[in-house]
Design a protein around this ligand. Structure first.
Ligand SMILES: C[S@@+](CC[C@H](N)C(=O)[O-])C[C@H]1O[C@@H](n2cnc3c(N)ncnc32)[C@H](O)[C@@H]1O
Length: 485
């Protein structure tokens, strides 16, 4: 009752001379100019490490999306030139600028150039009133900044009397300091902000406007349904053409550093490779393509659903050399008893001794086609469950190459609108977790084999690190390892 009353209070809009002032303040208020607020100790740690000026530039850069989308062409199903031609046709209206990667041997990587930031004129109401608004979650805003539309589940609030077809400004709700010293979003789904200065959320949205578009539902309608398009974006602060549902089996969206990880491994046809922390399978499939799908890649992740996702991605891309397993990387080396038979180098009891072939692959393909990947439903990287193989770990020195893509702090991932929750302590925990995984991974490389360690962790190697370690005589001491540039 109390909540209803306060919502009602927020929805009362009357003509107010202050509106004029708000419209005068348009450039500052209705802009995209976020400032990341860091934990004080972490900020001073980074300022010392990078220098205050450099860290402040990093912090600003993190709030912006990449200025290009990076695409890996599935060379089993297409060629870079064919993919470029199809992409140009699909993105014709958007006049997309598409180019090939110029790094030797990487011409199957394509870049679609974006633009921004651009200033947007939000003054759409002739009577001087502030624009009608749709407030979205951070997750939704990140997607919009990378070319997506606003879908119903991403909408948190909506100013009163938004009608279907209205032009609305789209703003983001970002965590604010809470009374208990923590962080709160404070805005729950269904909130009705006003846009005027009396609106309790007025200040919080200043400088957090990401574009405008046409509402496809009324304010009441948006909160009556669970899915569907809410705002058809016409102008965005950053323009990156959306590649959702585009050439699905022929291309894969992947950031350049992740593709480079597969090259650092330099996989050869016929090798046996372990990919630890493999889901959703981006690097696994990149490696499989470099191996021309010949050999075996054991792709392990601890999440059941994500392992299921690797099956589906491999099936979608037509890759047969991938064997997905559910496995905790902290237990990836199996304990050896004298009686154990390691002829297949796996301690996995229910190991089906091969790759996802025959019926497994067919089922995964059927599941993938049946699912039809609905908007706001499970995406390429999400799965709804099903059977997966479990592994009990692998015999020491049983792989030609091991890739460890340990979960990182995600501190350097753009575009970020909030950084308040990370602390020095949480960074330390990540470092310890990664170190324990690395201790396991190195034991699985055969003498003469290679380990690639890919992470993003400021305590270990700056904002990103790909380490390539060779083991001419087998693994001896981790402390002797040197990163490879
Ligand atoms: C950075 S993502 C990996 C991305 C992936 N390599 C790719 O390129 O698509 C980290 C993954 O580590 C997995 N993970 C986290 N802790 C794990 C553990 N103890 N054992 C196995 N996988 C783990 C997560 O489920 C997540 O899928």
């Amino acid at each position: 009752m109390k909540k209803k009353a306060s919502n009602l209070l927020r929805t009362i809009t009357t003509f107010n001379p202050k509106h004029r002032k708000i419209m005068d303040d348009l450039p500052e208020r209705y802009s995209y100019n976020p400032t990341l607020r860091w934990n004080a100790d972490l900020e001073s740690y980074f300022s010392n490490a990078y220098g205050p000026h450099h860290f402040s530039r990093i912090s600003d850069a993190l709030t912006r999306p990449s200025c290009y989308s990076c695409i890996r062409v599935n060379t089993l199903k297409s060629t870079p030139d064919a993919a470029i031609e199809k992409l140009r046709a699909v993105l014709k209206e958007k006049g997309a600028d598409i180019s090939k990667c110029e790094i030797g041997g990487m011409d199957y990587v394509l870049f679609v150039k974006g633009s921004g930031p651009q200033a947007i004129d939000y003054s759409c109401a002739a009577d001087g009133k502030p624009p009608k608004e749709v407030l979205v979650s951070r997750k939704c805003a990140k997607a919009v900044l990378r070319g997506a539309q606003v879908y119903v589940p991403g909408v948190l609030g909506c100013t009163a009397r938004v009608e279907k077809g209205d032009i609305v400004a789209v703003s983001v709700a970002v965590q604010q300091p809470g009374a208990d010293g923590g962080w709160v979003v404070g805005i729950t789904r269904g909130t009705v902000p006003q846009g005027s200065e009396t609106d309790p959320y007025h200040l919080e949205r200043s400088g957090l406007y990401i574009g405008k578009g046409r509402a496809t539902l009324s304010s009441a309608g948006i909160f009556c349904v669970m899915e569907g398009l809410a705002v058809d974006m016409s102008v965005r602060v950053f323009n990156l053409p959306s590649l959702h549902d585009v050439l699905e089996e022929e291309i894969f969206l992947q950031n350049l550093p992740s593709i480079i990880v597969a090259h650092a491994l330099d996989p050869q046809k016929g090798e046996r490779i372990l990919d630890l922390c493999a889901a959703p399978g981006g690097k696994t499939t990149a490696i499989a393509l470099l191996m021309k799908d010949e050999g075996e890649i054991v792709a392990a992740d601890r999440s059941h659903n994500k392992v299921q996702g690797i099956y589906k991605l491999a099936a979608e891309m037509g890759l047969r050399c991938i064997t997905p397993y559910k496995l905790d990387a902290l237990k990836s080396v199996c304990i050896i008893n004298d009686s154990d038979d390691f002829s297949n180098h796996s301690c996995t009891k229910d190991n089906h001794g091969g790759n996802i072939q025959g019926s497994d692959l067919l089922n995964a393909e059927k599941d993938f086609k049946k699912s039809g990947r609905k908007r706001n439903g499970p995406g390429r990287n999400q799965s709804v469950g099903g059977r997966v193989e479990k592994s009990k770990g692998f015999a020491p020195k049983s792989f030609d190459q091991v890739l460890l893509d340990a979960p990182c702090s995600a501190l350097g991932l753009s575009c970020r609108l909030f950084a308040g929750e990370e602390t020095i302590e949480s960074m330390r925990k990540h470092a310890t977790y990664q170190r324990r995984m690395l201790d396991q991974a190195v034991q699985l490389v055969r003498p003469g084999g290679v380990l690639v360690y890919s992470t993003l962790h400021p305590r270990i190697g700056g904002p990103g690190l790909v380490g390539r370690f060779e083991f001419p005589d087998g693994y001896t001491k981790l402390k002797n390892l040197q990163p490879f540039d």
